[in-house]
Design a protein around this ligand. Structure first.
Ligand code: NAP
Length: 336
């Protein structure tokens, strides 16, 4: 193939993104210079945090620029290498994002062993989302035997791993997710103790109260909004709340006004703490080793929702906001 296909940000979304916010372009296939390698994308990751980067303004990472390629987690195979120690056919993970090919330097490539785990897992359970679950839950949530842990966004990439780690730690685990199929998977396959389908619930507060008869000790918050308002009413003394994501708010055009929660935190002596997985970079090796070990021991399972075809990348990204994915949302762009 002589061209590189890339998705660039065509315009900044207002509210819910649409396909028109992205343009597929073709550029000349790049040629690696000394110290570079050409990689062909096999899987690329679409992630909720990318929505925030499509806005202008300050955040924990710089915004995407209009006209530039959307960067993000990617795995691929080396096509041509001018890097010592990296050769044609090697698999790597990096951040080159929504393009079929890219040039990488040695520091931008993490070599993968396809015999140890499928390479796609480097974007999920053995990558950013698995680490987010592990570090956010264990560092801030600190679930203990017999406690109740509630996870929102429970059937997503982060949520399903957080819930299973809570089970490993001996907690009663209650998930909140957006379909009966997801609820069934979490309970039958992953061992969640109860799951609430918030899209079907007429009274989420009542259902949560029933699912958490002993109150809530840890709330792993992936979604924010009214779901979180309901969970926060059930906090036990000394509860911990890792604030991982707020996906229900990402596409709002006006700021959301919710209840003032300081009194609830005060009377329950609760700790609510936001975190960004990158803050924990020194602990990534520990997290990856623990996740790999639990996978080997069959103590955690993972799901991937793979959409075929590079041209479907924007569609795969938009599907995150309608909840089409069970587990890690990925785009498969080429065969290995
Ligand atoms: P994901 O959960 O695999 O996919 C997003 C899911 O969010 C959808 O499947 C959908 O499931 C749910 N959702 C979408 N709109 C919603 C709404 N309005 N209300 C409630 N749920 C909604 O994505 P992920 O990668 O695992 O990320 C989960 C959360 O963690 C996101 O908020 C993300 O920004 C955050 N995150 C944070 C960090 C960090 O470093 N702090 C790192 C990674 C991810 P349903 O069918 O259940 O609605």
């Amino acid at each position: 193939m002589s061209v590189n296909k890339q998705f660039i940000l065509a315009s900044r979304p207002q509210g819910m993104p649409t396909a028109e916010n992205f343009t597929l372009i073709e550029t000349a296939m790049p040629k690696p210079a000394a110290g570079q390698a050409l990689v062909r994308t096999v899987y690329l990751s679409v992630d909720p945090y990318m929505r925030g980067r499509m806005n202008e303004g300050k955040s924990y990472v710089p915004p995407y620029q209009v006209g530039q390629v959307i960067t993000g987690g990617t795995v691929g195979v080396i096509v041509e290498s001018q890097i010592v120690g990296l050769q044609e056919g090697d698999f790597i993970a990096g951040q080159w994002g929504w393009q079929t090919h890219a040039l990488v330097t040695a520091g931008q490539a993490r070599k993968l062993d396809p015999n140890q785990a499928p390479i796609s897992t480097a974007l999920g359970v053995l990558g950013m989302t698995g680490l987010t679950a592990y570090l956010g839950l264990l560092d801030i949530g600190q679930p203990k035997e017999g406690e109740t842990v509630v996870v929102s966004g429970a059937a997503g990439a982060v949520g399903m791993i957080a819930g299973q780690i809570a089970k490993i730690k001996g907690a009663r685990t209650v998930g909140i997710a957006g379909s009966d199929e997801k609820a069934k998977y979490l309970m039958d396959e992953l061992g969640f103790d109860a799951v609430i389908n918030y899209k079907k619930s007429s009274d989420i507060q009542a259902e949560l109260t029933e699912a958490c008869p002993a109150g809530v000790d840890v709330y792993f918050d992936n979604v924010g909004g009214v779901i979180s308002d309901s969970v926060l009413k059930l906090l036990n003394k000394g509860a911990r709340i890792p604030v991982c994501g707020q996906i229900s708010l990402y596409n709002l055009e006006q700021p959301d006004v919710g209840p003032r929660i300081q009194s609830q935190l005060l009377i329950s002596s609760a700790l609510m703490k936001g975190f960004i997985v990158g803050d924990y970079a020194p602990r990534f090796p520990e997290g990856l080793a623990a996740l790999a070990q639990w996978l080997r021991e069959n103590k955690i399972k993972y799901a991937e929702h793979v959409i075929e075809g590079f041209e479907n990348t924007p569609k795969a990204f938009l599907a995150l906001f309608s909840g089409e994915n069970l587990g890690k949302q990925l785009v498969k762009t080429a065969d290995m």
